[in-house]
Ligand binder design. Structure first.
Ligand code: SF4
Length: 494
């Protein structure tokens, strides 16, 4: 969509709201004016002494509408507050024009962020009642009733998690960016997975060095690991011996005496064996993720997964027999070749297996994925909405509760990813990570360390290189860079 900004330079805010309301579009900033009737948005900011007004004139598929929003700027002292107010005026003006041309309200209304739950959580922490917290979502952001309920349930889970955390606790993420084959929607692991697998031994060598350095760093800082999450990629691409060696190395160098939760993503069923599960269990894992994404062989083939639905049932049985008490299963709504009926059948089959956690994702079209470059037969946004409605009702009916959620860019229909759980099986790592409740120290390729100082409202990120060869080559620099954690905590303690 062609965007024309006048009177301001809030490009990012305008792009965010455009991508939320028109997920299939990409922002364009042409020099020349658009043709009459062509898709375009003119987003203008007018500033007065007391007030500012955002105005959007939007044309979409031949329909045109104008939206505006006025905000009071008098009395706003800091630049951050002022920027926030002006961006709100622009976003809401765009939202109002978009709703008029689309003829419907999007599920999350005018909310553009990745973490919608933070809004009610903050309101509850300020001492507002649940009704007041929900009113912010309704009145300011026009969030629909179903999504408000999801956000409120997750906010309650977030507060309960926060209550259980101590100030000197962090979470540990360990990344294994390897997979047996590459899924069509993936932009994470290298396209040439076969060649990348040869890097596994030197990758583990580098990772072991980072584990040792991290153990030393945490000890010096007096920090304790509360949750461990080994993710990827697909960690169970490693052999049983490699998994045991990695987890043994973590235990030998990092104090896990306060760890109450240890997850390993076993993602692809074709990588799961009884030996590997025994290595996980023997080394402290108490939660694994077995991720079907779909229980339809046709959809699995279209995704480029090299396993069948029968392999998922087999893998689930192996996990059940391993004695690992908590299993998560991921499904994705909106996959190529899937349908409303197909998704329903997948969810019903997953429910019949009775896992403690079920995570329902919505397909996000990521740059660099095969799906993005080659295309595929995708369900419509209405189909995805029907899939999610079914998931929502069925999971609640089966006794599951939503406990964390997040949104992504380019997400089909502008929906969300939701973690559902049976009572008592909430995964603390996922809540801490998504709601930024405490520091997550990430080791390994593709990991993003998030340093969180909740008192000062400060968050800093340290990103590790995504591809294994980059990670191996940069390991000395990566280890040195993590010392930023010491500076961050020193500043927090001052
Ligand atoms: S399992 Fe995950 S990381 Fe691996 S190829 Fe598929 S989407 Fe990418």
């Amino acid at each position: 969509m062609k965007l024309y900004l006048t009177g301001h330079d809030y490009k990012y805010a305008c792009e965010q709201i455009m991508l939320t309301l028109f997920p299939g579009q990409r922002p364009l900033y042409p020099e020349e004016p658009a043709e009459e009737g062509e898709d375009q948005a003119h987003i203008t900011l007018f500033r007065g002494a007391q007030w500012a007004t955002g105005r959007t004139a939007l044309t979409w598929e031949g329909k045109s509408a104008v939206g505006s929003c006025r905000v009071k700027t008098a009395g706003l002292t800091g630049q951050v507050e002022l920027d926030r107010a002006l961006q709100k005026a622009l976003k809401l003006s765009f939202y109002r024009a978009a709703v008029a041309v689309l003829g419907k309200e999007p599920p999350w209304g005018a909310l553009t962020g990745v973490r919608p739950v933070k809004i009610p959580t903050k309101a509850l922490l300020r001492g507002e009642t649940p009704a007041q917290a929900e009113a912010v979502l309704r009145d300011t952001y026009h969030v629909t009733p179903v999504r408000r309920r999801l956000a409120m349930d997750c906010a309650r889970a977030s507060l309960a998690a926060l209550d259980s955390l101590k100030e000197d606790e962090i979470s540990l993420y360990v990344g294994i960016p390897f997979c047996p084959t590459r899924c069509a929607y993936c932009s994470f692991v290298s396209a040439d997975v076969g060649k990348a697998l040869k890097l596994l031994p030197p990758y583990l060598e580098a990772l072991f060095r980072e584990v040792e350095a991290a153990g030393d760093l945490l000890k010096r800082q007096g920090l304790y690991v509360r949750t461990v999450y080994i993710g990827g990629g697909t960690p169970t691409t490693l052999s049983a011996e490699q998994l045991a060696a990695l987890m043994g190395h973590i235990r030998a160098h990092i104090d896990l005496s306060r760890c109450t939760e240890y997850t390993v993503e076993a993602g692809r069923p074709d990588t799961i064996t009884a030996e590997k599960l025994s290595a996980l269990k023997g080394n402290g894992a108490d939660r694994v993720s077995v991720n079907p994404q779909s229980m339809s062989d046709k959809v699995l083939r279209a995704m480029g997964r090299s396993h069948t639905a029968a392999d998922i049932l087999r893998a689930y049985d192996l996990v059940q027999n391993s004695g690992i008490p908590c299993v998560n299963m991921d499904l994705i709504a909106g996959l190529p070749e899937d349908s409303r009926e197909g998704f329903r059948a997948s969810l019903d089959q997953v429910l019949a297996m009775d896992p403690a956690n079920i995570t329902v994702h919505t397909l996000a079209l990521k740059k660099g994925s095969r799906l993005m470059t080659e295309g595929g037969s995708l369900p419509t946004a209405e189909d995805v909405a029907a899939m999610l409605d079914y998931a929502w009702t069925t999971l609640r009916g089966a006794g599951y509760m939503p406990y964390y959620l997040y949104r992504q860019k380019y997400m089909s229909g502008s929906f969300e990813n939701v973690g559902w759980t049976k009572p008592g099986f909430e995964n603390l790592y996922n809540i801490c990570m998504m709601e930024e409740l405490h520091t997550v120290l990430a080791l390994g390729g593709g990991g993003v360390t998030k340093l969180v100082d909740r008192t000062a409202g400060r968050i800093e990120r340290i990103s590790d290189p995504k591809y294994p060869y980059e990670y191996i080559n940069a390991i000395d620099h990566i280890i040195a860079d993590k010392e930023k954690l010491a500076d961050f905590y020193a500043a927090a303690r001052r």
